[in-house]
Design a protein around this ligand. Structure first.
Ligand SMILES: [Zn+2]
Length: 239
């Protein structure tokens, strides 16, 4: 093996030498300069899509999912929430389903408060700034893992946790625009699966990013098709 490599090297040098032509030896060599870094993945990624619907993961098996329709869509979902700082995305992900909602998890006396939405997607899926603002935190934060927090002004902040990575240029004070790709989906910190933990704070209080500003809904799933009922009745009659 070593001999083979040596032979190839010699042959290569010989090839160079025999290529002919005048080739002056350089008097000095300029220091080797690393090529400029290519465009960041965060520069080339598309900005946030506007999701018209949000579906529950796994047919709605998560906690605090709320009302869902027959096909698993969150009832009366709206892409934006109106806050004192303007519109924020309720689902600031590339593609994700709702695996857990805001509120108490567990039973009375046993469980704990879940302070945000859990939006699950494949690892590496992009996460976006929910609205314009400035970075107020960008670092690893214990159980939250890789975390970014954006100050949107007027007492409104949003927080993104468990990211696999985030744009390293987003240091404290850096401006972000609405829908700017800021990080990627992961499970850093205390997470049992790949998801974004998304929190919204308004005037010092945590709010439900899914339902903030919306009246309670009392919409039931559409009734099954008549033919389905007919089949059920027929099946019962047969017995
Ligand atoms: Zn969570």
């Amino acid at each position: 093996m070593v001999r083979t490599i040596a032979f190839v090297l010699v042959a290569g040098l010989a090839g160079c030498a025999s290529s002919g032509g005048y080739s002056p030896a350089p008097i000095y060599r300029a220091p080797i300069v690393a090529p400029p870094p290519g465009p960041s993945i965060y520069d080339t990624a598309p900005r946030a899509p506007l999701h018209g619907q949000l579906f529950a993961c796994n047919g709605g098996g998560g906690s605090n999912i709320g009302e869902i329709s027959y096909d698993g869509a969150v009832i009366l979902y709206a892409p934006y929430m109106n806050t004192p700082a303007g519109e924020l995305l309720r689902n600031p992900t590339e593609v994700a389903c709702l695996s857990s909602g805001f509120g108490w998890r567990g039973t009375l006396g046993s469980g704990r408060q879940h302070n945000g939405l859990d939006l699950a997607n494949r690892a590496g899926g992009f996460i976006y700034a929910a609205g314009p603002g400035r970075i107020s935190y960008a670092d690893y934060r214990g159980g939250y893992g890789n975390t970014i927090e954006i100050d949107h002004g007027n007492g409104v902040r949003s927080l993104y946790a468990h990211m696999s990575e985030f744009d390293q240029r987003l240091v404290r004070g850096a401006p972000v625009y609405a829908g700017q790709p800021i990080g990627r989906m992961g499970m850093t910190g205390n997470a049992t699966g790949v998801h974004l933990h998304y929190e919204v704070w308004i005037e010092g209080l945590l709010v439900d990013p899914l339902h903030y500003g919306r009246p309670p809904t009392y919409v039931s799933a559409p009734p099954p098709e008549d033919s389905f009922l007919d089949e059920m009745e027929a099946a019962l009659d047969d017995k």
